[in-house]
Write a protein that binds this ligand. Structure first.
Ligand SMILES: *Cc1c(COP(=O)(O)O)cnc(C)c1O
Length: 380
């Protein structure tokens, strides 16, 4: 028997309670019994985003919300600053380009966090920059960028929009939208929300709503102005993903009421820290040792081990699906998820599986060393 275990930083496993909630008979989205479900979802999302501002729910993967964060905020020819240090930072740049938004890009080495001083310099050099697009937790490299410091820099100079890809930060660690004055905050269902893919969330500050008033990029499906009109009535412009919202209602109950948001952050952080220590204990190197995100840990495949064979062994012989590196990191790193529905024993077992697969694929380390450390660190 081989149990399948999913350890990718999205999609993540879905708790059986949430799957059961989604298996209930589908409600009509205009019917009275659906409205309280939607209301609890939109209010719960505000708590996870730590904002009094509205959080729009879209039937899309998270990239849909990123797309809307450009098309609804800017006009063709506007100038935007994009921080690129991985796949998702690059995506901001690609979306801007597709709408004819001019970009200045800060390129950060993959595995490193951006220096807020570089953002400051870029803004001083080009005072016409209207919006800054950053990634909080760069899932492709496992880096956590300093959003708070970037926000301070952006807020110092003029009326600029700050849009944050918080897809693997919301519900993962403390990223208070209102307190840090973030204008646009984006996330998606298949990350810390422990749901299947298919919902995107986008928080919109007052400044963001003001920018929406003048933005002329073309848009139809992702018209956030129309969504904001429908939202207070617990409605959406188009048919919402009813089944996923029934699941979101349940997962928000787990996150906010049963576990607590801060406890969720603390658990995720601890699993990430222990994983990093366990990997280093058997001679492995982290891709992002200086600024690790607790959402996922990217580990370099050690010399002498073939990345693809190692991941294939994990999947086919041990049942573990881990994420590969992307682009130039393909086959060179593997990524372990910590966000969402993982507990201590999931993490201990994943570390054991990684260790077994490494040794089976030629890595020289005493069996059980990383697992023993994980058990020790997670015993309390
Ligand atoms: C997963 C992810 C996305 C995009 O998600 P899709 O749901 O595939 O559109 C964007 N940014 C980050 C940081 C992510 O981890």
């Amino acid at each position: 028997m081989l149990k399948r275990r999913l350890f990718t930083p999205g999609p993540v496993p879905v708790p059986s309670r949430v799957r059961q909630a989604m298996a209930q008979p589908i409600l009509n989205h205009r019917a009275a019994d659906f409205l309280p479900v939607f209301e609890r979802c939109r209010k719960g999302l505000q708590r996870v985003f730590q904002t009094e501002s509205p959080v729009v729910i879209l039937a899309a993967s998270a990239t849909g919300a990123m797309d809307s964060a450009v098309s609804n905020m800017l006009s063709p020819g506007d100038h935007a600053l994009v921080v690129r240090g991985g796949k998702f930072g690059e995506r901001w740049g690609e979306i801007c380009a597709s709408y004819g938004v001019r970009t200045t890009c800060i390129d950060v080495e993959w595995g490193r966090a951006v220096d807020p001083a570089a953002v400051e310099r870029a803004l001083e050099t080009a005072p016409d920059i209207r919006a800054v697009y950053v990634t909080a937790s760069e899932t492709s490299t496992g880096v956590r960028h300093p959003v708070r410091e970037i926000a301070e820099v952006v807020r110092r100079g003029g009326d600029r929009l700050l849009a944050v890809d918080a897809v693997t930060a919301a519900g993962v660690y403390d990223l208070p939208m209102d307190r840090w004055e973030l204008d646009v905050v984006v996330s998606g269902s298949q990350k810390a929300f422990m749901l299947p893919p298919g919902l995107a969330f986008i928080g919109l500050s007052e400044r963001a709503q003001r920018f929406m008033g003048t933005a002329t990029c073309s848009r139809f499906y992702f018209d956030l102005g129309a969504e904001l009109k429908a939202l207070p009535k617990d409605q959406t412009s188009w048919t919402p993903a009813v089944g996923l919202l029934m699941g979101l209602d349940e997962s928000l109950k787990i996150i906010l009421e049963e576990q607590g948001l801060e406890e969720t952050w603390a658990r995720t952080e601890e699993l990430a820290r222990v994983t990093r220590e366990a990997m280093c204990a058997i001679g492995l190197e982290l891709l992002a040792p200086d600024a690790p995100s607790p959402a996922t840990t990217a580990v370099r495949v050690p010399d002498g081990v073939e990345g693809p064979a190692f991941r294939k062994y994990l999947r086919d012989e041990l049942g573990y699906t881990l994420a590969d590196g992307q682009d130039s990191l393909k086959g060179k790193v593997f990524r372990i998820a910590h966000l969402g529905y993982f507990d201590r024993f999931d993490t201990i077992a994943a570390i054991a599986a990684i260790e077994m697969a490494l040794i089976a694929n030629g890595h020289d380390a005493p069996p059980g060393e990383a697992t023993r450390l994980a058990v020790e660190l997670l015993s309390k």
